[in-house]
Design a protein around this ligand. Structure first.
Ligand SMILES: N[C@@H](CCC(=O)N[C@@H](CS)C(=O)NCC(=O)O)C(=O)O
Length: 212
């Protein structure tokens, strides 16, 4: 499999974690976001949205959208499971994952932050405030949601799953923008535990060969 990825892309980071948890090997196709390579014609041929990640399967199928890619991996390689066995629990885990992937992350994506500056004319400090506002608001809600289901090391239950895969990259990004996460002690504890697991550590931005 080939993964179009960038070390600091949190949606790519999610897929890197999922591939690691499933024990699947992959080849990187590095796409440099600050240089705008996601808008190159070659990459738009892979993902017309001009967004990372994209996964090219061994059969030549091209998949986009990190959650769709992870659900594909879950269906094709069911062990270890990233989703619980009951429909009710799966819906709860998907809600946690979507809180991050659908409600927090899109507001803080590179193209949105760039648009706030140009053409809207906001300065870097205002853009950073925007970032921190939405990430803290979202994570504070997740902090409440996980309380009934977390063992203190995972968002739901006793094994890493889809919600954890979304949480760790979002926490990494939040720290990058110096967001104050003191109001999310459960998430901080979960994140600290997960970061030490091999699949999470191997997927971290710092360990990617395209990190600079
Ligand atoms: N919903 C998409 C989001 C993809 C996305 O926004 N990717 C970011 C990197 S994390 C990107 O490629 N941004 C490029 C840009 O904003 O120009 C997913 O989960 O895959």
């Amino acid at each position: 499999m080939k993964l179009s990825t960038y070390f600091r892309s949190s949606a790519s980071y999610r897929v890197r974690i999922a591939l690691g948890l499933k024990g699947l090997s992959w080849e990187p196709d590095y796409v440099n976001l600050p240089k705008g390579e996601q808008r190159d014609a070659d990459y738009l041929g892979i993902n017309p949205q001009g967004l990372l990640p994209a996964l090219t399967t061994d059969e030549g199928g091209v998949l986009t959208q990190s959650l769709a890619i992870i659900e594909y991996l879950e269906e094709t390689h069911p062990t270890p499971a990233l989703l619980p066995s009951s429909a009710l629990d799966r819906a709860k885990v998907r809600a946690m994952a979507q809180l991050i992937a659908c409600d927090v992350h899109p507001l803080n994506n590179l193209r949105v932050l760039k648009y706030l500056k140009n053409p809207l004319g906001h300065d870097q400090a205002t853009v950073d405030d925007w970032y921190r506002h939405w990430v803290v608001e979202g994570l504070q809600a997740l902090e409440v949601m996980v309380k009934d289901y977390s063992d203190g090391k995972h968002c739901f239950g006793g094994e890493p799953g889809l919600a954890d895969i979304c949480l760790v990259p979002q926490m990494w990004n939040a720290r990058r923008f110096a967001a104050n996460l003191e109001s999310c002690p459960t998430l901080l504890a979960i994140d600290a535990h997960l970061q030490k697991l091999p699949a999470f550590a191997a997927a971290a931005p710092e360990g990617q060969p395209d990190a600079f």
